[in-house]
Design a protein around this ligand. Structure first.
Ligand SMILES: [Zn+2]
Ligand SMILES: [Zn+2]
Length: 164
């Protein structure tokens, strides 16, 4: 058994569209390699920084809870001579005694990322009318929302915000 820590530059397109590990940024692996009959069992974690935008307000995500990811994985990498007998080609194999962690890392990272990243858990998002960031202007209002069926009537009234 061997314990390995290694930092490698992130490959391109690691993550999802709205949240990803910047290409070339450090990915820290903490791995345990165990020799077993059929190959090498790899257990470990990977840690990386993320960049992305809030799904509600589009601000860059800077919250330390959300702008990094740590994933755990475990995979058996079998020796090629053992892989041949396996009918599915999903099995990971050792190639020239090397393990390729990239597919593993990709799957684990994508699974770990939130579907909709947020700058903070309670981000109020953007004003649907004017697009202002509501976290910065919580008191922001355009008056009562107008039922579309009454929009024609509302247009006849004076703008309440402009009233003295
Ligand atoms: Zn936000
Ligand atoms: Zn507004």
């Amino acid at each position: 058994m061997r314990q390995v820590t290694r930092t490698v530059p992130a490959p391109a397109d690691l993550g999802i569209e709205v949240l990803r590990v910047p290409e070339g940024s450090p990915v820290e692996f903490d791995l345990r390699l165990e020799a077993v009959m059929e190959g090498v069992l790899v257990t470990g974690t990977a840690h990386a920084g993320l960049e992305g935008e809030c799904g509600r307000c589009l601000e860059p995500i800077t919250d330390p809870q959300s702008n990094q990811v740590e994933v755990r994985f475990q995979e058996l990498f079998v020796y090629p001579e053992h892989a041949i007998s396996e009918e599915d080609d999903e099995v990971s194999t050792l190639e020239n005694d090397l393990i390729d962690l990239e597919p593993l890392l990709r799957d684990a990272v994508v699974l770990a990322l939130p579907f909709q990243p947020l700058c903070s858990d309670d981000c109020p998002g953007l004003c649907p009318e004017c697009g202002v960031r509501l976290a910065e202007q919580p008191e922001h209002t355009h008056g009562e929302p107008v039922d579309p069926r009454w929009a024609g009537l509302a247009a006849l009234q004076q703008d309440p915000d402009a009233a003295p």
